[in-house]
Design a protein around this ligand. Structure first.
Ligand code: UGA
Length: 476
């Protein structure tokens, strides 16, 4: 694929209103957009930029991913994304390529959306993919006045170093840092209707005006914009994830205290959440956080703080991590005790494999970690998840897999809910009784109504709540 720049306005002439031209590429008026990296972040961003009316090319080195996206297949589970992908492919505004030459000089704006995985050595962020894509752009050549926009989660200091490299090779190109806050499962909504936009820019450059042109519809809809420097923009992202992780570990630490005090963490969370200064969101106790972001980001943040000589400032994040991982161990212990002290030789039906519902992502999934630990203890574990089984099967071969709840729980001595899919919340406890060998429920996500399950004859167990409803005799 090759594209010419004939008839394009220069970048300084970008309109301050977005194109919004339903005719698509033929009538293109706004900046041309390249999205580099088509994982969760990049694929969603590319589709949503096309949805906003821009002409967009998504680039990835993974030719299989490019091939699937090009025919309208999203290579991961994300509600609503595939419909929008197909709609925008059909409009002619969106395409995908594995050739950097198709995007480097073509685009006015390059969004960097590649992954920054955890470095095995010290937990820091591996910037290999960010460096590779910036080098590829520089080597191939950027369009005059191009804007490169970083969205990947990076250690603070990365943008300044990249800006120096870009400037040395293409003096009139500019770099901005524009972190992304989308959640898997809500990626389309979070991209089209974000809580805020953060622009990390150099003072006196053209980047702010250009980003305002790109996001004009979002800004028009009332989204607040914070314009700041590179370092702050980079830190906003990791600080937000560190705060969310801390909030979850806080309530899971409270669950540990509730267990020893005989108190109820769910009632505690509800009660403190009514305080508007605390708020109830991200205060759901259970088996803790997983996924490709929170665990990795708090470790990379600590590694960067250590490099900057400020390790003490983030020492608490090591505790956040420890509380989080302890929740998984506590779920294993709870299951053992629910079955009289051992799971060896017992059948367990595990409901949930993804790190959270509405996702097929199993990266650092608490559910699979717990299922694998129980299997290592001798349990015969059968897992069902509405979306994540194809990803889990090759990674966790010690587990058995089922294609329905019924299949997973048939003959089970205990059932564990480890990802709170809507399908599991709606289960009928009385109906399930006829399939299981033992009516023992371990609810790792506080997803079920304990009273309802107990009333149907189940023994119900969860972290941070009394094993049975207190009786008057307990009070005496
Ligand atoms: C997270 C952030 O929420 C996004 O804002 C951010 O953009 C994204 O990381 C990223 O850095 O790219 P995500 O990884 O999709 O998004 O997942 P979350 O919804 O944050 O959930 C993370 C984990 O925390 C899940 O395992 C979930 O089950 C757990 N969680 C969440 C709890 O245990 N309790 C809660 O109250 C909330």
């Amino acid at each position: 694929m090759s594209r010419s720049r004939v008839g394009r306005p220069s970048t300084s002439e970008w309109p301050t209103t977005p194109p919004g031209d339903p005719a698509g590429a033929a009538g293109e008026t706004g900046p041309r957009i390249a999205v580099l990296g088509t994982g969760y972040l990049g694929a969603t961003h590319a589709v949503c930029m096309a949805e906003l009316g821009f002409t967009v090319i998504g680039y990835d080195v993974d030719t299989a991913k490019v091939a699937r996206l090009s025919v309208g297949e999203v290579p991961f589970f994300e509600p609503g994304l595939e419909e929008l992908l197909r709609k925008n492919l059909e409009s002619g505004r969106l395409s995908f390529t594995a050739e950097i030459g198709d995007v480097a000089t073509w685009a006015d704006v390059h969004f960097i959306c590649v992954g920054t995985p955890q470095r095995p050595s010290d937990g820091g962020a591996d910037l290999t993919y960010v460096d590779a894509v910036v080098d590829a752009l520089i080597d191939t050549g950027l369009a005059p006045g191009a804007l490169v926009v970083g969205k990947s989660t990076v250690p603070t200091g990365t943008a300044a170093a990249l800006a120096a490299r870009i400037h040395a090779a293409a003096p009139d190109a500019e770099l901005a840092w524009n972190p992304e806050f989308l959640r898997e499962g809500f990626a389309v909504n979070d991209t089209l209707r974000p809580d805020r936009l953060v622009f990390g820019v150099m003072p006196d450059g053209a980047a702010e005006a250009r980003l305002r042109a790109v996001y004009a519809q979002t800004i028009e809809a009332g989204t607040p914009v914070v314009v700041t420097d590179y370092a702050t923009a980079e830190l906003v992202k990791v600080a937000a994830n560190a705060f969310l992780a801390t909030k979850i570990s806080f309530i899971n630490a409270m669950a540990e205290i509730c267990d020893v005090a005989g108190a109820d963490v769910l009632e505690l969370a509800t009660s403190i959440g009514y305080d508007a200064r605390i708020g109830s969101r991200f205060l759901r106790p259970g088996i803790g956080f997983g996924g490709g972001c929170l665990p990795k980001d708090i470790r990379a943040f600590q590694a960067r703080a250590t490099e900057l000589g400020a390790a003490d400032s983030l020492a608490f994040l090591a505790e956040v991590d420890a509380v989080n991982l302890r929740a998984r161990g506590r779920a294993v212990t709870l299951t053992r005790s629910a079955l009289g002290g051992t799971v060896d030789g017992r059948r367990l039906g595990v409901l949930g494999a993804a790190f959270k519902p509405n996702s097929d992502d199993i990266r650092d999934s608490p559910a699979l970690d717990i299922a694998a630990a129980l299997a290592a203890d001798g349990a015969l574990v059968t897992v069902y998840d509405p979306a994540a089984v194809p990803n889990a099967r090759p990674r966790y071969p010690s587990l058995n897999y089922a294609s329905s709840v019924r299949e997973a729980v048939t003959g089970a001595d205990a059932v564990l809910v480890l990802t709170e899919w809507g399908e599991f919340r709606e289960l009928d406890p009385a109906a399930l009784l006829s399939y299981v060998a033992g009516a023992v429920m371990v609810d790792g996500r506080h997803a079920l109504d304990a009273a309802r399950w107990r009333a149907a004859g189940w023994t119900y167990h969860s972290l941070g709540r009394p094993a049975a409803a207190p009786t008057e005799a307990d009070a005496r």
